[in-house]
Structure formats: C-alpha cells, structure tokens
Design a protein around this ligand. Structure first.
Ligand code: UGY
Ligand code: MN
Length: 244
C-alpha cells in the first residue's frame, strides 16, 4: 500500500524513475476519448517524448507535428492503425513505427493502453527516411545479448541507418544481470513490461517493477538485475547519428 506523502519516483538531473503511484493523467491536444501520462519529455532534457496513452471506446491519438516520427507499442487492448486506405489492427505486444510525414490515425473500439514515443526525425545526409514498420513482439526473433547470452534481446526495428532510434525488448531470467555498468552517449526511455528487479542509476539502486518508467540521460551509469522471476523491459535508444 502507498504511504501517504511518499512516492517511489525519483527525479534527478540525469535520470527519472516514474512510478504509477505518482502518475497524473491529462489529454494531449488532438486526443479523443483518451488521456496521457507523459513520462519523458524535453522538459527533462530528453530529445524525445514518451507517454502512456489510455484510450477508451472511440479513442484516438492526436496528429503529429511536422517532421516528427512516432513509435507505438500496445500493452493491452487493441488499436486500429489507418494509413491511407490501409487498415491494420495492433493487438497486445503489437507495435508500429510511423516515419515523419506519414499521415495516419490510431483509434480504438474499446479500452487500450499504449506506450507512445515521438521524436523530431533527424535525417542522415541523402539516406531516405524509413518506411513504416508494423510487427508484434511475440513474433520477433530472439537473440542472445552480446556479453550475456542468458538475456534475450529482440530488436523491434530494422538495423538500418535510416532509423534514428531503436526500440528493443530485453528479457531476463531470474537473478541475471547486465554484464557491466553501462555508461554511454545514447539516452534511454524504458518501460518495465514484466517482473521485478533492481536498477542502478548513477550510484543509486532502485527496486523496480512492471509499469515503472525510467528516463536515462546520456552518460547515466546504468545496470540491472532481475529478481526471483522473469523480468523484462521495452527500451528506446537513439542510434545511427553523430553526437555533434
Ligand atoms: O542497449 C542498451 O544500451 C541496453 N543494454 N541498456 C540497458 O539495458 N540499460
Ligand atoms: Mn544502455
């Protein structure tokens, strides 16, 4: 039970742990029958925005500003993605990448919960922007994480320089850890999908569980160990662009 006047959330200059006990909901412009919990945004120094969208029957996400790309992952319920005359249904663990300039709608007939990531697309020279991508994490190839083959790694987006971010699912068996404390220029947006564990952020060890969201700024020291059960997370990372 939550103790009044306390939260598990932590806001630090180079990381944020956002836990459900502190979530505040408000619709974003253009949403219909839907609301948002904005976990990560440029207000924290991030170069992307990550929110949970909670849709009701007849729910719809707003339209993206010019030049933005969008990634959605379905946690529960289902949503309909419409691109021109093309309609696809994304079920639980379904996901989609929508490149900048691709006009689309995301709607729901019933209650649905999504992670949404939105980012101004950074072009790479003459490389054309990516096409849209649709998939389901349950069908994505599972590879061993380099350096710790007991951790399952699924890369949801193609490994191609056109993409300026990656979104991966990492699944840990009980008691398995990242092989070392990582410090890197890339930033992360993470949502715990299942289980529990301990996340090291800077020099702080935090108990985390399904539903928690973490922002890691560039160079934030990070490490994870799962607890007794299987645990896993969805993790955003900027890739394929020069840091300057
Ligand atoms: O891809 C990554 O940087 C990943 N191994 N980081 C993390 O799990 N915190
Ligand atoms: Mn990392």
């Amino acid at each position: 039970m939550q103790r009044l006047g306390f939260t598990r959330s932590k806001i630090r200059p180079n990381y944020t742990l956002h836990t459900p006990d502190a979530f505040v909901r408000a619709p974003l412009p253009g949403m219909r029958n839907a609301t948002a919990i904005v976990h990560i945004s440029p207000h924290l120094g991030a170069k992307f925005t990550q929110y949970t969208a909670e849709l009701q029957a007849g729910g719809e996400l707003g339209v993206l500003p010019t030049g933005f790309s969008r990634f959605v992952y379905v946690h529960g319920g289902s949503v309909r993605l419409t691109v021109g005359t093309n309609q696809r249904t994304l079920q639980s663990a379904g996901y989609a990448y929508l490149p900048p300039g691709l006009s689309h709608t995301l709607t729901s007939d019933d209650v649905a919960r999504l992670t949404v990531i939105e980012k101004p697309y950074v072009p790479l020279g003459e490389v054309p922007a990516p096409d849209f991508v649709i998939g389901n994490a349950s069908e994505v190839l599972v590879k061993p994480l380099p350096g710790e083959d007991r951790i399952d790694l699924q890369t949801l987006l193609p490994d191609h320089p056109a993409f300026d971010f990656a979104v991966n699912v990492m699944t840990y068996p009980p008691g398995v850890t990242l092989p070392f404390v990582e410090i890197h220029v890339m930033e992360h947006g993470l949502v715990m999908l299942q289980g529990e564990g301990v996340y090291l952020l800077n020099e702080d060890h935090h108990a985390v569980k399904a539903g928690d969201v973490i922002y890691m700024a560039p160079y934030c020291p990070q490490w994870f160990t799962s607890s007794n059960g299987v645990s896993g997370y969805l993790i955003y990372k900027d890739v394929n662009r020069h840091p300057h």
